[in-house]
Design a protein around this ligand. Structure first.
Ligand SMILES: [Fe+2]
Ligand SMILES: [Fe+2]
Length: 291
């Protein structure tokens, strides 16, 4: 499959997936404030066909074998080496050109997330986690299909939960009928801990692996599982967790609203903010990041 076929790009841009997350998990504060207004009704709109098509592909192609292959390839980190600042410029090539009025570039979303975390007085490593959490979307720029970069993540190698959005599409995934992978536990042991579970491939696992040695463990969980909605929002897969995962879940839940609900059309003033972030990045991250 070539990377520019329709199968690779059902979404006009990656934000369409995130806009759909807002429809599924609307901001409770906005709902309270906007009852009976158009904003409220928009939340209840059925997901657009592009999002549905995106999930059809994601669920069909994210097999155990696919994930193992991508881990093997990308976790060597031998593709590119950049400073954090060059990496933001690189990531910003993903800027959407279909709807320039409403969509902000990737850096704006990262800054709005990190600034919302900072405003609430959370530790500086969490601010940095907000700044970096979607850096893994550079996978798109390495030619990966959208369904291998964004979308809800889920374990592969065991039965797919019906708590996963559009779970009916898993019937087209070869693992669905593979006896090695289609039982409740599949290749895993009861309570083995998420660290022993392979997740569908995407920007979460990739950025976690990129930054895990530089950030404290709660930050690692935030990076690694921020799109694992069937776990952190729906409570699925409890039988794979160990007590440590259950303890760490609170951090993943703390992070999620900053990712989902910090979006605003107002771009943060990067010039003003830059000295703060240069200091923060300098204290936690190496001079260059390997991709
Ligand atoms: Fe993300
Ligand atoms: Fe995000």
């Amino acid at each position: 499959m070539s990377s520019n076929s329709f199968e690779a790009v059902p979404l006009q841009n990656l934000d369409e997936w995130e806009d759909d997350l807002l429809r599924r998990y609307p901001d409770p504060e906005k709902i309270a404030a906007a009852k009976d207004t158009e904003a409220y009704r928009n939340y209840e709109e059925p997901a657009r066909d592009t999002v549905k098509e995106f999930y059809r592909l994601n669920h069909k192609y994210q097999t155990h074998e696919f994930v193992m292959g991508k881990r093997e390839d990308y976790l060597k980190f031998d593709k590119k080496e950049m400073t954090v600042w060059d990496a933001f410029d690189f990531l910003n090539q993903l800027v959407d050109d279909s709807d320039p009025d409403t969509d902000l570039d990737q850096l704006q979303h990262l800054l709005q997330t990190s600034e919302a975390i900072r405003r609430d007085g959370h530790p500086d490593w969490m601010v940095l986690t907000g700044l970096m959490h979607d850096m893994g979307k550079v996978l798109c720029l390495f030619g990966e299909a959208q369904w291998a970069v964004v979308g809800d993540t889920f374990p592969v190698g065991c039965a797919y939960s019906d708590k996963i959005v559009y779970s009916e599409f898993f019937k087209d995934n070869p693992d669905f009928t593979n006896e090695q992978f289609n039982t409740r536990l599949g290749v895993y042991k009861e309570g083995c801990g998420l660290r022993n579970v392979n997740m569908s491939w995407g920007h979460d696992e990739y950025v976690y692996q990129m930054l895990k040695d530089s950030l404290p463990e709660p930050a690692q969980y935030m990076l690694r599982y921020h799109s694992f909605y069937s776990w952190h929002r729906e409570g699925a897969y409890d039988y794979l967790l160990d007590d440590h995962d259950r303890e760490m879940l609170k951090w993943v839940k703390l992070f999620n609203p900053y990712d989902l609900y910090s979006k605003s059309p107002e771009p943060p003033d990067w010039k003003k903010l830059r000295p703060y972030y240069e200091d923060l990045v300098g204290r936690y991250l190496p001079k260059t990041l390997k991709f």
